[in-house]
Design a binder for this molecule. Structure first.
Ligand code: UD1
Ligand code: CA
Length: 413
């Protein structure tokens, strides 16, 4: 198998996003855009990713520090070809294949990269790109082919003739190059275009010009082609990603009653035969077991672990807590930084008071406890197995300790 590296372009200042943050850190369904691109690369056997950063570089590095990722600084954003050339120091002796992708394309699919790689190897080409056909090709580089369908080059939107503007086949920036050919072609690129930038897209015509084989394969779905250049596109990409996340969950046996009115983070895991009722919002790393019933209007946050057959109803919020099998909190509860044993019942409007104004404290509740309605559990708090807490009780550790063993069994009586 050929050795495979990837260059991911992420240095651009994103004026249309109107942001102080690096564009690739903006989140799609809870994960930064760049995370999806890196994962797709890993899935197709890329062993080293060179991420070209410039604007807000430090923010990006901190967020994505990992062994297989190398950060390459592009001080001045002179164009996509210039960005790729910034990696030359690392790749000058590399004889393998180099993928070039954009960090602002979170909808990328590993299977498309696989098609790209297979085509490249089957055709023994020097450069292969995956293209998309769009009803509205505005803004994208157009793929120019000759009368026989052979690829001739890419023309950027702003440099297109009237005829070229009508071309619907576009460049979503999914490229695979034989590394040596790429580096040679980059050296020859000049900023002879409307924007006076060094365009990576010019590398293709250059490579064809030197007699090497270039192949374009129409392998990118319309939705996958979308690069995120604005907040509006960010929201569109999130919608598409949300549909994908829910699709996978449904295939895995999760019922989502109303997909359009449910939001589930890309990092969430949900077990078979769990039912997600409408207006449920699941954010962060959340793990839900089998046979649970969640919502309507439930809000599950980072660090929530629900074992099996847990029932959480309307306006119940859970954060950083583990709920064992059979826990029920059907109405208006807040459960934060807690563990709840098997079959605990949390009555309507009962909450954990986990924050004392200075720090967050934990609440640990044993198996089979019954907590009535409107109880306030003041953390830090340990409640042993089988305890009943009367409705309306304000429970502190002190008040629990003062109870005799007998009364402790049933505080509600
Ligand atoms: C680019 C392609 C275009 C394609 C489109 C797909 C070129 C010249 N054009 O256009 O054919 O249809 O992507 O989305 O390549 N970047 C750098 N350094 C730079 C300039 C850009 O790292 O100096 C990065 C950006 O952060 C971004 C990516 O390269 O992640 C693409 O740049 P962008 O300005 O978004 O290019 P497009 O105009 O979208
Ligand atoms: Ca773009």
């Amino acid at each position: 198998m050929a050795e495979r590296a990837a260059i991911i372009l992420a240095a651009g200042v994103s004026s249309r996003m109107n942001t102080l943050m690096a564009k690739v850190l903006h989140e799609v369904c809870g994960r930064p855009m760049l995370a999806y691109v890196l994962d797709a690369c890993r899935e197709v056997g890329v062993t080293k990713m060179y991420v070209v950063v410039g604007f807000s570089a430090e923010q990006v590095k901190v967020r994505f520090d990992s062994e297989d990722t190398e950060w390459v600084m592009q001080e001045e954003q002179l164009g996509t070809a210039h960005a790729v050339l910034c990696c030359k120091e690392y790749l000058k002796d590399f004889e393998g294949q180099t993928l070039v992708l954009c960090g602002d394309g979170p909808l990328i699919r590993a299977r498309t990269l696989k098609t790209l790689i297979e085509k490249h190897e089957a055709e023994q080409s020097s450069a292969t790109l995956a293209t998309a056909v769009l009803d509205d090709p505005g803004g994208y580089g157009r793929i120019v082919r000759d009368a026989y369908g052979n690829m001739q080059g890419i023309v950027e939107h702003s440099d297109c003739t009237k005829e070229q503007l009508a071309i619907k086949e576009v460049n979503p920036s999914y490229y695979l190059f034989n590394n040596r050919v790429l580096l040679e072609a980059l050296e020859k690129i000049r900023p002879d275009n409307v924007k006076q930038e060094y365009y990576l897209t010019d590398a293709l015509a250059g490579i064809i010009g030197t007699g090497h084989k270039v192949v374009a394969v129409t392998a990118v779905g319309a939705e996958e082609a979308m690069g995120v250049n604005s907040r509006r596109q960010l929201s569109e990409a999130s919608k598409i990603m949300q549909r994908r996340i829910q699709q996978v969950l449904m295939e895995n046996g999760v019922t989502i009653v109303d997909p359009d009115n449910t939001w589930i983070d890309a990092r969430a895991r949900i077990g078979q035969d769990t039912v997600i009722e409408p207006f449920t919002y699941i954010h962060g790393e959340v793990e839900i077991g089998q046979g649970c019933r969640i919502g309507p209007f439930a809000y599950l946050r980072h660090g929530t672990v629900l074992k099996n057959d847990v029932v959480l109803g309307v306006y119940t919020e859970v954060k950083n807590s583990t709920l064992e099998d059979g826990v029920r909190a059907r109405h208006h509860s807040y459960i934060g930084d807690a563990t709840m044993g098997r079959n605990v019942n949390m009555g309507a409007g009962s909450i954990t008071a986990n924050y004392d104004g200075r720090k967050v404290n934990r609440t640990n509740i044993g198996d089979d406890c019954y907590i009535g309605s409107g109880a306030i559990l003041i953390a830090p708090l340990e409640i042993k197995d089988g305890l009943n807490i009367a409705s309306g009780t304000v429970v502190s550790q002190e008040s629990i300790n003062e109870l005799g063993e007998e009364t402790k069994k049933n505080v509600s009586e």
